[in-house]
Design a binder for this molecule. Structure first.
Ligand code: NAD
Length: 485
């Protein structure tokens, strides 16, 4: 993504919906005044495109522009209400392989009221996997599921990126947040990969936190954290918390980084409640533009804009969302704020820490993923059955009577063991996970045996809704035990 610093970089720009056009106009005015070397290709996306029938809100011409330019500066968009529309952001991140979402958050006390004085944290959120795979099914009358997919290459890329980012930006510590005390396989993989990669960066301190206490600490003692790397959903939640306690969601920008493309945007939405009033804060989108300038090799312009912005904030020129009669000097609208930043280009803040020669903070090529050679063997199968009666012993005894190479080991309902020897107090739905394993101890199982089992279940009228193979990888179980097993 690095370009010749003297030639203009062609970028795609989307004006977005709601407050989008106002804040984008303000930001582009600042970039032009700061002599950013940009050649702007305006693209269409968002509400209008959704309503024209593009179900992710992105027309083909916009995809072509982004694929050609590789860089998109995007204002927030509005997803129309009602079914059938796919998330534009999730589609864009996954289609373009934008695996890292980088969200720096700072407090600007005493100029912007904030819950804490010393917030300076960068949240690096995995951007493509986790529950955002969007694979959901209703399986029975009672039960719906969403698949949480965590992959080794996905973990390796984001965790290595976090360490590379920390090193490139002179950061001291990378903290990993997971919930691997509960999700031992998925979050456990993320934590294990973190532990594998960390020793390659002995200059960087590391720690690991369980996400619940980590979020509480982040809200209460944010100075404990420097760079945070975490899974998609946790990162989504904690980055909003961090920016809100720092002052306003209107202040933070984010970079969505891939191996070949990058997209830069504010973290907030299109704020339809204040659209068209010239009162929105353009700072979040301006910070996104600063991240972009750094990424495309225009750190000189990024630094000039950033320092002018800091001086504007320090001078008390504030938009309504951060205006405080005790701290601010004047309440200004979106365009007047941009003008105030333009007037301060070339100036440095006097009290807030000035930026000097910002780092790019983007990785070069990450190592190619090498899939390890492992021995995989199937040792059983979980068959999920829709059965609308709340009697575990009845289903258990019927399935235990099936005669074949596979025998019933146990049944769970919502993950808790209910057969054999369940508790009468356990609430049961119509969704039964029935674990079958080889009759002979420790024997492997083949597809033919699973198919034979399913034929027997079908002949007996059981409504099986899905199966999950139980595999061992190099002798280690790749499946969880039941709660209570
Ligand atoms: P929002 O972030 O748009 O607004 C939340 C609150 O913050 C509102 O009170 C709003 O006025 C305020 N706010 C947001 N940005 C501000 C700014 N720059 N200056 C001052 N105040 C600001 O969240 P929402 O209301 O939940 O969502 C509105 C729309 O935005 C929805 O259609 C949603 O799908 C979309 N959205 C888009 C993106 C994106 O494009 N990246 C992200 C989030 C939400």
């Amino acid at each position: 993504m690095q370009t010749n610093p003297e030639t203009p970089t062609r970028i795609s720009v989307a004006y977005g919906d709601g407050i989008g056009p106002e804040i984008m106009g303000a930001v582009l005015n600042i970039l032009e005044a700061a002599q950013a070397r940009l050649d702007i290709d305006v693209v269409e996306m968002g509400k209008k495109s959704y309503l024209e029938g593009h179900n992710a809100g992105i027309p083909a011409s916009t995809w072509a522009s982004i694929q050609s330019n590789k860089v998109l500066l995007k204002a927030p968009i509005t997803t129309p209400q009602g079914g059938g529309y796919k998330s534009l952001n999730v589609t864009m991140r996954k289609t373009l392989g934008l695996f890292a979402n980088v969200r720096p958050t700072l407090s600007y006390e005493p100029y912007v009221k904030s819950k804490h004085r010393d917030i300076d944290v960068v949240i690096i959120r995995e951007n493509e996997e986790d529950l955002y795979a969007g694979i959901e099914h209703r399986q029975t009358t009672d039960v719906t599921q969403c698949l949480k997919l965590i992959t080794r290459p996905g973990c390796e890329r984001i965790i290595r990126y976090a360490f590379e980012y920390a090193r490139a930006n002179g950061r001291k510590k990378v903290s990993c947040f997971t919930k691997d005390n509960i999700m031992k396989a998925t979050d456990g993989l993320f934590h294990a990969v973190f532990n594998e990669i960390a020793p390659e960066y002995p200059d960087i301190e590391t720690d690991h936190w369980i996400i619940d206490i980590a979020s509480a600490k982040l809200a209460n003692e944010p100075e404990k954290f420097d760079v945070i790397v975490t899974l998609n959903l946790y990162g989504d939640i904690i980055s909003d918390i961090a920016s809100e306690i720092a002052g306003s969601v209107g202040l933070c920008g984010s970079a969505n980084i891939g191996q070949t493309c990058a997209m830069f945007e504010a973290i907030h939405g299109s704020a339809p409640d204040i659209a068209g009033q010239d009162i929105a804060n353009p700072s979040g989108l301006l910070h996104a533009a600063i991240l972009m300038l750094n990424a495309i090799g225009q750190a000189d312009v990024a630094t000039r804009v950033h320092n002018a912005w800091l001086k504007t904030i320090e001078d008390g020129v504030h938009t309504a969302d951060i205006y405080d009669a005790k701290l601010s000097q004047s309440k200004v609208g979106t365009q007047a704020f941009a003008q105030a930043v333009i007037e301060r280009l070339g100036q440095q803040p006097q009290h807030l820490k000035a930026v000097s020669g910002e780092k790019h903070g983007l990785p070069g090529a990450l190592p190619e993923y090498r899939r390890p050679e492992v021995k995989k063997e199937m040792v059983g199968v979980d068959v999920f059955i829709d059965w609308p009666h709340a009697n575990p012993d009845e289903i258990g005894q019927a399935l235990a009577a099936i005669d074949g190479d596979l025998v019933l080991k146990m049944i769970t309902n919502r993950g808790i063991k209910v057969y054999p020897e369940g508790f009468s107090e356990t609430f049961c739905t119509d969704h039964w996970r029935c674990r079958f394993v080889a009759k002979a101890t420790d024997a492997s199982v083949g597809h033919a045996q699973v198919i034979h089992l399913l034929q027997q279940l079908s002949q007996q009228g059981w409504d099986f809704i899905k199966t999950e193979g139980l595999y061992r990888f190099d002798g280690v179980n790749g499946f969880s035990m039941a709660q209570g097993e």
